[in-house]
Write a protein of this length. Sequence first.
Length: 468
Amino acid sequence: MMDQLGIKALRPGPSGNEKAPNHANTDESLANPFPNLPDPLTMNDGQKVTTAKMWWDQRRPEIVEAYSKYVYGRVPNNVPKVTWTVAAVDHEMIGFTPVIAKDLIGEVDNSSYPAISVKIHMTLVTPAMAKGPVPVLMMFSRAGFPNPHEPSPNEFDRVNRAWKAVLEQQDPGLKEVFERYPAWQPVKATPFTFPQMNEDGDPPNQWQLLGAGWGFALFDPASVQADDGAGITRGIIGLVNKGRPRGPEDWGALRAWGWGAGRGLDYLETDAAVDTKHVGVEGVSRYGKAALVTMAFDQRFAMVLVGSSGKGGATLLRRNFGEAVESMTGGEYYWMAGNFIKYGASDATFGSETPGDIPVDSNELIALCAPRLTFISYGIPEKGDAKWLDHEGSFMATMDANRVWTLLGAKGLDIPGDYRTAKMPPVNEGHLDGQLAWRQHDGGHTDAPNMKWFILWADEFIVHAAGQ
Protein backbone atom coordinates (compact mmCIF):
# COMPACT_ATOMS: atom_id res chain seq x y z
CA MET A 1 0.00 0.00 0.00
CA MET A 2 2.86 2.37 0.75
CA ASP A 3 4.20 1.68 -2.75
CA GLN A 4 0.79 2.39 -4.27
CA LEU A 5 0.59 5.70 -2.39
CA GLY A 6 4.19 6.74 -3.06
CA ILE A 7 5.15 6.66 0.63
CA LYS A 8 8.79 6.03 1.53
CA ALA A 9 8.58 6.40 5.32
CA LEU A 10 6.02 6.72 8.10
CA ARG A 11 6.25 8.56 11.40
CA PRO A 12 6.40 6.05 14.27
CA GLY A 13 3.49 5.94 16.66
CA PRO A 14 3.99 6.72 20.37
CA SER A 15 4.27 4.15 23.16
CA GLY A 16 1.39 3.50 25.54
CA ASN A 17 3.93 3.14 28.36
CA GLU A 18 4.05 6.53 30.09
CA LYS A 19 7.63 5.84 31.25
CA ALA A 20 8.96 5.07 27.75
CA PRO A 21 11.11 7.75 26.03
CA ASN A 22 8.62 7.91 23.15
CA HIS A 23 5.53 7.85 25.38
CA ALA A 24 2.25 9.23 24.11
CA ASN A 25 1.40 12.77 25.09
CA THR A 26 -0.90 13.19 28.09
CA ASP A 27 -0.26 16.92 28.61
CA GLU A 28 -3.51 18.74 27.84
CA SER A 29 -1.62 21.94 26.97
CA LEU A 30 -0.03 20.11 24.01
CA ALA A 31 -3.11 18.17 22.96
CA ASN A 32 -4.59 20.43 20.27
CA PRO A 33 -2.00 21.27 17.62
CA PHE A 34 -4.86 21.42 15.07
CA PRO A 35 -7.57 23.12 17.17
CA ASN A 36 -10.08 23.82 14.41
CA LEU A 37 -12.40 20.90 13.72
CA PRO A 38 -14.08 20.28 10.38
CA ASP A 39 -17.59 21.68 10.74
CA PRO A 40 -20.38 19.12 10.22
CA LEU A 41 -22.74 21.99 9.42
CA THR A 42 -20.63 23.70 6.75
CA MET A 43 -20.72 22.42 3.18
CA ASN A 44 -17.52 21.77 1.27
CA ASP A 45 -18.14 24.99 -0.67
CA GLY A 46 -18.46 26.99 2.57
CA GLN A 47 -22.25 27.25 2.58
CA LYS A 48 -23.84 26.86 6.02
CA VAL A 49 -26.30 24.04 6.63
CA THR A 50 -29.44 25.63 8.03
CA THR A 51 -32.19 23.07 7.46
CA ALA A 52 -32.74 19.36 7.97
CA LYS A 53 -33.27 18.98 4.22
CA MET A 54 -29.82 20.44 3.49
CA TRP A 55 -28.33 17.98 5.97
CA TRP A 56 -29.99 14.90 4.48
CA ASP A 57 -29.75 15.87 0.81
CA GLN A 58 -26.37 17.59 0.66
CA ARG A 59 -24.16 17.72 3.72
CA ARG A 60 -24.53 14.18 5.07
CA PRO A 61 -23.62 12.61 1.70
CA GLU A 62 -20.51 14.85 1.57
CA ILE A 63 -19.33 13.55 4.95
CA VAL A 64 -20.06 9.94 4.03
CA GLU A 65 -18.06 10.35 0.81
CA ALA A 66 -15.06 11.83 2.66
CA TYR A 67 -15.06 9.03 5.23
CA SER A 68 -15.35 6.44 2.48
CA LYS A 69 -12.51 7.87 0.43
CA TYR A 70 -10.01 8.89 3.09
CA VAL A 71 -10.70 7.06 6.37
CA TYR A 72 -12.65 3.79 6.42
CA GLY A 73 -12.82 2.88 2.73
CA ARG A 74 -15.65 2.01 0.38
CA VAL A 75 -17.87 -1.03 0.44
CA PRO A 76 -17.53 -2.40 -3.12
CA ASN A 77 -20.56 -2.48 -5.38
CA ASN A 78 -20.01 -6.16 -6.16
CA VAL A 79 -20.12 -7.59 -2.63
CA PRO A 80 -21.84 -10.97 -3.00
CA LYS A 81 -25.10 -11.85 -1.30
CA VAL A 82 -25.36 -13.56 2.08
CA THR A 83 -27.66 -16.52 2.73
CA TRP A 84 -28.61 -17.10 6.36
CA THR A 85 -29.23 -20.54 7.84
CA VAL A 86 -30.44 -21.41 11.33
CA ALA A 87 -27.80 -23.98 12.29
CA ALA A 88 -29.39 -24.94 15.62
CA VAL A 89 -32.03 -23.81 18.12
CA ASP A 90 -31.57 -24.26 21.88
CA HIS A 91 -33.89 -23.55 24.80
CA GLU A 92 -31.74 -22.16 27.60
CA MET A 93 -31.87 -20.31 30.91
CA ILE A 94 -29.91 -17.09 31.25
CA GLY A 95 -30.17 -15.77 34.76
CA PHE A 96 -33.80 -16.23 35.66
CA THR A 97 -35.06 -15.87 32.10
CA PRO A 98 -35.96 -18.78 29.79
CA VAL A 99 -34.71 -17.94 26.30
CA ILE A 100 -34.69 -19.22 22.75
CA ALA A 101 -31.19 -19.16 21.27
CA LYS A 102 -30.67 -19.51 17.52
CA ASP A 103 -27.19 -20.13 16.18
CA LEU A 104 -26.96 -18.61 12.71
CA ILE A 105 -24.54 -18.87 9.81
CA GLY A 106 -24.54 -16.31 7.02
CA GLU A 107 -22.78 -17.90 4.07
CA VAL A 108 -21.37 -15.45 1.56
CA ASP A 109 -21.69 -16.47 -2.08
CA ASN A 110 -18.11 -17.25 -3.17
CA SER A 111 -18.89 -18.61 -6.61
CA SER A 112 -16.78 -15.83 -8.12
CA TYR A 113 -13.72 -16.94 -6.10
CA PRO A 114 -14.15 -20.36 -4.42
CA ALA A 115 -10.67 -20.23 -2.87
CA ILE A 116 -12.00 -17.99 -0.09
CA SER A 117 -14.98 -18.94 2.05
CA VAL A 118 -16.72 -16.51 4.41
CA LYS A 119 -19.30 -17.73 6.91
CA ILE A 120 -20.66 -15.04 9.22
CA HIS A 121 -21.46 -16.30 12.72
CA MET A 122 -24.23 -14.76 14.84
CA THR A 123 -26.32 -16.07 17.76
CA LEU A 124 -29.72 -14.53 18.46
CA VAL A 125 -31.14 -14.84 21.98
CA THR A 126 -34.69 -13.70 22.81
CA PRO A 127 -36.94 -14.17 25.86
CA ALA A 128 -39.02 -17.33 25.45
CA MET A 129 -42.03 -15.83 27.24
CA ALA A 130 -42.15 -12.55 25.30
CA LYS A 131 -45.66 -11.62 24.17
CA GLY A 132 -44.41 -9.97 21.01
CA PRO A 133 -41.26 -8.86 19.18
CA VAL A 134 -38.54 -7.40 21.42
CA PRO A 135 -35.80 -4.81 20.91
CA VAL A 136 -32.43 -6.44 20.26
CA LEU A 137 -28.90 -5.24 20.96
CA MET A 138 -26.33 -6.67 18.54
CA MET A 139 -23.13 -7.13 20.55
CA PHE A 140 -19.74 -7.41 18.85
CA SER A 141 -18.17 -10.47 20.49
CA ARG A 142 -17.65 -14.17 19.92
CA ALA A 143 -20.87 -15.88 18.90
CA GLY A 144 -22.20 -19.17 20.19
CA PHE A 145 -24.78 -20.52 22.62
CA PRO A 146 -24.37 -18.57 25.89
CA ASN A 147 -25.68 -21.31 28.21
CA PRO A 148 -26.30 -24.54 26.28
CA HIS A 149 -29.05 -26.79 27.59
CA GLU A 150 -27.55 -30.12 28.67
CA PRO A 151 -28.80 -33.73 28.81
CA SER A 152 -30.59 -35.06 31.87
CA PRO A 153 -28.74 -37.37 34.33
CA ASN A 154 -30.31 -40.43 32.68
CA GLU A 155 -29.24 -39.19 29.26
CA PHE A 156 -25.68 -38.59 30.52
CA ASP A 157 -25.67 -42.24 31.72
CA ARG A 158 -26.64 -43.40 28.22
CA VAL A 159 -23.96 -41.22 26.63
CA ASN A 160 -21.28 -42.56 28.96
CA ARG A 161 -22.28 -46.18 28.44
CA ALA A 162 -22.06 -45.64 24.68
CA TRP A 163 -18.66 -43.91 24.99
CA LYS A 164 -17.25 -46.73 27.08
CA ALA A 165 -18.55 -49.34 24.66
CA VAL A 166 -16.92 -47.57 21.71
CA LEU A 167 -13.63 -47.15 23.60
CA GLU A 168 -13.58 -50.81 24.65
CA GLN A 169 -14.19 -51.82 21.04
CA GLN A 170 -11.18 -49.74 19.97
CA ASP A 171 -9.03 -50.98 22.86
CA PRO A 172 -10.36 -54.06 24.70
CA GLY A 173 -7.83 -53.50 27.49
CA LEU A 174 -9.80 -50.45 28.61
CA LYS A 175 -12.52 -52.75 29.98
CA GLU A 176 -10.20 -53.53 32.91
CA VAL A 177 -9.52 -49.80 33.46
CA PHE A 178 -13.23 -48.98 33.54
CA GLU A 179 -13.87 -51.81 36.01
CA ARG A 180 -11.10 -50.51 38.27
CA TYR A 181 -12.68 -46.99 38.28
CA PRO A 182 -16.41 -47.64 38.10
CA ALA A 183 -17.42 -44.15 39.27
CA TRP A 184 -15.43 -42.34 36.60
CA GLN A 185 -17.42 -41.09 33.60
CA PRO A 186 -15.94 -39.76 30.32
CA VAL A 187 -18.64 -37.07 29.94
CA LYS A 188 -19.83 -34.97 32.86
CA ALA A 189 -22.39 -32.24 33.31
CA THR A 190 -21.00 -28.71 33.39
CA PRO A 191 -20.59 -27.78 37.07
CA PHE A 192 -22.68 -24.88 38.34
CA THR A 193 -20.76 -21.62 38.55
CA PHE A 194 -21.96 -18.32 39.89
CA PRO A 195 -22.16 -15.60 37.25
CA GLN A 196 -19.35 -13.10 36.90
CA MET A 197 -20.98 -9.89 38.07
CA ASN A 198 -20.20 -6.59 36.40
CA GLU A 199 -17.65 -4.22 37.93
CA ASP A 200 -20.41 -2.23 39.61
CA GLY A 201 -21.94 -5.34 41.15
CA ASP A 202 -24.81 -5.58 38.68
CA PRO A 203 -25.70 -8.82 36.87
CA PRO A 204 -23.97 -9.52 33.54
CA ASN A 205 -25.01 -7.39 30.56
CA GLN A 206 -26.92 -10.23 28.94
CA TRP A 207 -28.92 -10.87 32.11
CA GLN A 208 -29.80 -7.18 32.31
CA LEU A 209 -30.98 -7.03 28.73
CA LEU A 210 -33.18 -10.10 29.08
CA GLY A 211 -34.50 -8.94 32.45
CA ALA A 212 -35.60 -5.69 30.81
CA GLY A 213 -37.48 -7.58 28.08
CA TRP A 214 -34.81 -7.17 25.41
CA GLY A 215 -33.01 -9.75 23.31
CA PHE A 216 -29.41 -9.71 22.14
CA ALA A 217 -27.41 -11.00 19.19
CA LEU A 218 -23.80 -12.07 19.60
CA PHE A 219 -22.06 -11.09 16.36
CA ASP A 220 -18.54 -12.31 15.62
CA PRO A 221 -16.62 -9.72 13.54
CA ALA A 222 -13.70 -12.11 13.03
CA SER A 223 -15.98 -14.38 11.03
CA VAL A 224 -16.33 -11.52 8.54
CA GLN A 225 -12.77 -10.20 8.47
CA ALA A 226 -9.67 -11.08 10.51
CA ASP A 227 -8.36 -8.50 12.96
CA ASP A 228 -4.86 -8.41 11.51
CA GLY A 229 -2.98 -7.20 8.48
CA ALA A 230 -2.14 -10.68 7.23
CA GLY A 231 -5.86 -11.38 6.79
CA ILE A 232 -6.49 -8.46 4.45
CA THR A 233 -6.28 -10.74 1.40
CA ARG A 234 -8.77 -13.14 3.01
CA GLY A 235 -12.17 -12.68 4.65
CA ILE A 236 -14.79 -10.60 2.88
CA ILE A 237 -12.21 -8.05 1.70
CA GLY A 238 -10.06 -10.80 0.17
CA LEU A 239 -13.08 -12.55 -1.34
CA VAL A 240 -14.24 -9.44 -3.20
CA ASN A 241 -10.65 -8.70 -4.30
CA LYS A 242 -10.14 -12.37 -5.30
CA GLY A 243 -7.14 -12.70 -3.00
CA ARG A 244 -5.34 -9.61 -4.33
CA PRO A 245 -4.11 -6.67 -2.23
CA ARG A 246 -6.36 -3.67 -1.63
CA GLY A 247 -6.49 -0.42 -3.54
CA PRO A 248 -6.18 2.92 -1.65
CA GLU A 249 -9.95 3.48 -1.40
CA ASP A 250 -10.87 -0.13 -0.57
CA TRP A 251 -12.51 -0.82 2.77
CA GLY A 252 -10.64 -1.79 5.91
CA ALA A 253 -11.69 -4.14 8.71
CA LEU A 254 -13.82 -1.57 10.57
CA ARG A 255 -15.98 -0.93 7.53
CA ALA A 256 -16.07 -4.67 6.76
CA TRP A 257 -17.27 -5.45 10.29
CA GLY A 258 -19.96 -2.81 9.88
CA TRP A 259 -21.00 -4.32 6.56
CA GLY A 260 -21.23 -7.73 8.22
CA ALA A 261 -23.36 -6.32 11.03
CA GLY A 262 -25.68 -4.94 8.36
CA ARG A 263 -26.03 -8.41 6.91
CA GLY A 264 -26.83 -9.65 10.40
CA LEU A 265 -29.55 -7.00 10.58
CA ASP A 266 -30.86 -8.31 7.25
CA TYR A 267 -31.55 -11.60 9.01
CA LEU A 268 -32.99 -9.98 12.15
CA GLU A 269 -35.49 -8.12 9.97
CA THR A 270 -36.91 -11.51 8.95
CA ASP A 271 -37.24 -12.95 12.47
CA ALA A 272 -40.68 -12.55 14.07
CA ALA A 273 -39.15 -12.46 17.57
CA VAL A 274 -37.31 -9.19 16.80
CA ASP A 275 -38.72 -5.64 16.96
CA THR A 276 -36.98 -4.61 13.76
CA LYS A 277 -37.48 -0.89 14.34
CA HIS A 278 -35.44 -1.09 17.54
CA VAL A 279 -32.25 -2.99 16.80
CA GLY A 280 -29.10 -1.49 18.27
CA VAL A 281 -25.39 -2.26 18.11
CA GLU A 282 -22.76 -2.33 20.87
CA GLY A 283 -19.02 -2.83 21.23
CA VAL A 284 -16.00 -1.97 23.39
CA SER A 285 -12.52 -0.81 22.36
CA ARG A 286 -11.88 -1.76 18.69
CA TYR A 287 -15.40 -3.12 18.62
CA GLY A 288 -16.56 0.21 20.03
CA LYS A 289 -15.02 1.80 16.94
CA ALA A 290 -16.81 -0.77 14.79
CA ALA A 291 -20.15 -0.17 16.53
CA LEU A 292 -19.90 3.58 15.86
CA VAL A 293 -18.88 3.03 12.23
CA THR A 294 -21.78 0.59 11.80
CA MET A 295 -24.28 3.08 13.20
CA ALA A 296 -22.90 5.95 11.13
CA PHE A 297 -23.14 4.17 7.79
CA ASP A 298 -26.25 1.99 8.23
CA GLN A 299 -29.24 4.11 9.16
CA ARG A 300 -31.42 1.08 9.87
CA PHE A 301 -29.77 0.66 13.28
CA ALA A 302 -31.87 2.54 15.83
CA MET A 303 -29.32 2.92 18.64
CA VAL A 304 -25.70 2.40 19.61
CA LEU A 305 -23.68 1.96 22.80
CA VAL A 306 -20.09 2.99 22.00
CA GLY A 307 -17.72 1.69 24.68
CA SER A 308 -14.21 3.11 25.16
CA SER A 309 -13.60 3.45 21.43
CA GLY A 310 -10.62 5.85 21.24
CA LYS A 311 -8.97 6.83 17.94
CA GLY A 312 -10.83 5.63 14.87
CA GLY A 313 -13.99 5.78 16.98
CA ALA A 314 -15.36 8.67 19.02
CA THR A 315 -12.04 10.37 19.84
CA LEU A 316 -10.81 13.26 17.70
CA LEU A 317 -8.17 12.20 15.20
CA ARG A 318 -6.58 15.66 15.32
CA ARG A 319 -5.88 15.50 19.04
CA ASN A 320 -2.32 14.77 20.15
CA PHE A 321 -3.24 12.86 23.29
CA GLY A 322 -2.72 9.14 23.91
CA GLU A 323 -3.20 6.96 20.87
CA ALA A 324 -2.17 8.76 17.70
CA VAL A 325 -3.12 8.58 14.05
CA GLU A 326 0.43 7.25 13.57
CA SER A 327 -0.45 4.34 15.86
CA MET A 328 -2.94 3.21 13.26
CA THR A 329 -1.14 4.19 10.05
CA GLY A 330 1.89 2.16 11.12
CA GLY A 331 0.13 -0.46 13.23
CA GLU A 332 -3.58 -1.22 12.77
CA TYR A 333 -3.57 0.15 9.21
CA TYR A 334 -5.84 -2.72 8.16
CA TRP A 335 -8.71 -1.20 10.18
CA MET A 336 -8.76 1.74 7.77
CA ALA A 337 -8.72 2.54 4.08
CA GLY A 338 -5.32 2.47 2.41
CA ASN A 339 -5.56 6.23 1.86
CA PHE A 340 -5.55 6.77 5.62
CA ILE A 341 -1.88 5.78 5.75
CA LYS A 342 -1.05 9.09 4.03
CA TYR A 343 -1.70 10.96 7.27
CA GLY A 344 1.22 9.22 8.94
CA ALA A 345 3.66 9.81 6.06
CA SER A 346 6.95 11.57 6.78
CA ASP A 347 8.50 11.05 3.35
CA ALA A 348 6.39 10.57 0.21
CA THR A 349 6.06 11.71 -3.36
CA PHE A 350 3.40 14.17 -2.12
CA GLY A 351 5.63 15.41 0.70
CA SER A 352 4.23 14.62 4.12
CA GLU A 353 0.79 14.82 5.72
CA THR A 354 -0.43 15.06 9.30
CA PRO A 355 -3.66 14.40 11.20
CA GLY A 356 -4.53 18.03 10.55
CA ASP A 357 -4.87 17.22 6.84
CA ILE A 358 -7.67 14.68 7.37
CA PRO A 359 -10.78 16.27 5.82
CA VAL A 360 -13.15 14.85 8.48
CA ASP A 361 -13.00 14.07 12.18
CA SER A 362 -14.92 12.06 14.73
CA ASN A 363 -17.32 14.89 15.55
CA GLU A 364 -18.67 14.25 12.05
CA LEU A 365 -18.66 10.47 12.48
CA ILE A 366 -20.84 10.86 15.57
CA ALA A 367 -22.99 13.38 13.68
CA LEU A 368 -23.75 10.76 11.02
CA CYS A 369 -25.70 8.90 13.73
CA ALA A 370 -28.11 11.81 14.29
CA PRO A 371 -30.93 11.95 15.25
CA ARG A 372 -30.86 8.29 16.36
CA LEU A 373 -30.04 7.13 19.90
CA THR A 374 -26.27 7.41 20.44
CA PHE A 375 -24.65 6.71 23.84
CA ILE A 376 -20.90 7.45 24.22
CA SER A 377 -19.42 5.50 27.14
CA TYR A 378 -16.03 5.50 28.87
CA GLY A 379 -14.46 4.32 32.11
CA ILE A 380 -11.55 5.84 34.02
CA PRO A 381 -7.75 5.41 33.70
CA GLU A 382 -7.40 4.44 37.37
CA LYS A 383 -9.39 1.26 36.65
CA GLY A 384 -7.77 0.45 33.31
CA ASP A 385 -9.58 2.62 30.74
CA ALA A 386 -6.24 4.08 29.78
CA LYS A 387 -5.41 7.71 29.02
CA TRP A 388 -4.45 6.25 25.62
CA LEU A 389 -8.17 6.49 24.73
CA ASP A 390 -8.36 10.27 25.21
CA HIS A 391 -11.68 10.63 27.03
CA GLU A 392 -11.55 14.42 26.71
CA GLY A 393 -11.16 14.16 22.92
CA SER A 394 -14.28 11.99 22.72
CA PHE A 395 -16.23 14.45 24.84
CA MET A 396 -15.15 17.33 22.58
CA ALA A 397 -16.27 15.41 19.50
CA THR A 398 -19.61 14.54 21.11
CA MET A 399 -20.21 18.16 22.10
CA ASP A 400 -19.60 19.40 18.55
CA ALA A 401 -21.81 16.70 17.01
CA ASN A 402 -24.56 17.82 19.39
CA ARG A 403 -25.54 20.64 17.02
CA VAL A 404 -26.71 18.17 14.39
CA TRP A 405 -29.23 16.58 16.77
CA THR A 406 -30.58 20.07 17.45
CA LEU A 407 -30.81 20.87 13.72
CA LEU A 408 -32.79 17.67 13.14
CA GLY A 409 -35.29 18.45 15.87
CA ALA A 410 -33.91 16.01 18.44
CA LYS A 411 -32.52 16.69 21.90
CA GLY A 412 -28.80 16.38 22.49
CA LEU A 413 -26.56 16.94 25.50
CA ASP A 414 -27.73 19.42 28.13
CA ILE A 415 -24.23 20.85 28.64
CA PRO A 416 -23.45 24.53 28.05
CA GLY A 417 -20.66 25.67 25.77
CA ASP A 418 -19.04 24.30 22.63
CA TYR A 419 -16.27 21.78 22.05
CA ARG A 420 -13.63 24.37 23.03
CA THR A 421 -15.25 25.59 26.25
CA ALA A 422 -17.53 22.86 27.62
CA LYS A 423 -16.32 21.03 30.73
CA MET A 424 -16.33 17.23 30.68
CA PRO A 425 -18.87 16.06 33.29
CA PRO A 426 -17.70 14.39 36.51
CA VAL A 427 -17.40 10.60 36.61
CA ASN A 428 -20.78 8.83 37.07
CA GLU A 429 -22.71 11.97 36.10
CA GLY A 430 -24.86 10.84 33.20
CA HIS A 431 -26.29 13.18 30.61
CA LEU A 432 -29.09 10.96 29.37
CA ASP A 433 -32.04 13.25 28.68
CA GLY A 434 -31.59 13.47 24.92
CA GLN A 435 -31.08 11.18 21.96
CA LEU A 436 -27.34 11.87 22.26
CA ALA A 437 -25.98 10.68 25.62
CA TRP A 438 -22.68 10.76 27.50
CA ARG A 439 -21.62 8.96 30.67
CA GLN A 440 -18.18 8.19 32.05
CA HIS A 441 -18.45 5.45 34.67
CA ASP A 442 -15.96 4.64 37.44
CA GLY A 443 -14.98 1.22 36.06
CA GLY A 444 -12.33 0.11 33.61
CA HIS A 445 -12.10 -0.80 29.92
CA THR A 446 -15.69 -1.98 29.59
CA ASP A 447 -19.17 -0.57 29.07
CA ALA A 448 -20.73 -2.93 31.64
CA PRO A 449 -21.27 -0.29 34.37
CA ASN A 450 -23.20 1.77 31.83
CA MET A 451 -25.44 -1.05 30.59
CA LYS A 452 -28.24 -0.43 33.08
CA TRP A 453 -28.17 3.28 32.22
CA PHE A 454 -28.22 2.49 28.50
CA ILE A 455 -31.28 0.26 28.88
CA LEU A 456 -33.20 2.77 31.00
CA TRP A 457 -32.28 5.58 28.60
CA ALA A 458 -33.16 3.67 25.43
CA ASP A 459 -36.43 2.36 26.90
CA GLU A 460 -37.62 5.93 27.45
CA PHE A 461 -37.30 6.70 23.77
CA ILE A 462 -38.53 3.32 22.56
CA VAL A 463 -41.69 3.69 24.62
CA HIS A 464 -42.10 7.26 23.39
CA ALA A 465 -41.60 6.25 19.75
CA ALA A 466 -43.94 3.30 20.08
CA GLY A 467 -46.62 5.51 21.53
CA GLN A 468 -46.65 7.92 18.61
